[in-house]
Design a protein around this ligand. Structure first.
Ligand code: HEC
Length: 121
């Protein structure tokens, strides 16, 4: 899917990606965690639900590729980094290294802060 968009002239592609990437994100523009939220919306929302990133990817659990709902599951920074590098905890379904380096850290920091909002403490 993403590959097809690359054929679109750069300006138009940026508009399309910008529009669908940041829609529904609940992290404000000046929050340092915003970058992680945008990356999550772009790269992870197809398979994971997380309200703070405006994503509903876990909605259809009948599809095997759907990952855990992060409104209902709290992830630590370390677990998020591990899952990103290894493709989840099983390594079976989630692609490895969808984000790397600084971007992986940004997503993990965002996930640690915003995941588990529906979990009763
Ligand atoms: C193609 C679908 C897909 C994409 C894209 C995807 N994931 Fe996953 N993810 C899964 C599935 C399925 C699991 C559960 C199975 C497993 O752990 O191997 C999972 C598991 C996880 C886990 C472990 C959750 C737990 O507690 O068991 C974390 C953390 C995670 N994903 C984070 C991310 C992040 C961050 C991104 C974006 C950079 C992302 N995922 C992109 C499908 C995906």
């Amino acid at each position: 899917m993403r590959r097809v968009r690359l054929i679109i002239p750069a300006a138009a592609a940026a508009l399309v990606l910008g529009a669908c990437g940041s829609e529904g994100i609940e992290v404000s523009e000046d929050d340092p965690l915003r970058e992680g939220a945008v990356l999550f919306a772009e790269r992870c929302s197809g398979c994971h639900t997380l309200t703070a990133a405006g994503s509903q990817g876990s909605a259809n659990r009948s599809q095997r590729a759907q990952g855990p709902n992060f409104d209902q599951r709290k992830e630590s920074y370390e677990d998020a980094i591990y899952a990103i590098a290894n493709g989840g905890f099983s390594g079976a379904i989630m692609p490895q290294n969808i984000v790397v380096g600084d971007q992986a850290q940004a997503v993990a920091r965002f996930l640690e802060e915003y995941s588990g909002k529906d979990v009763e403490e």
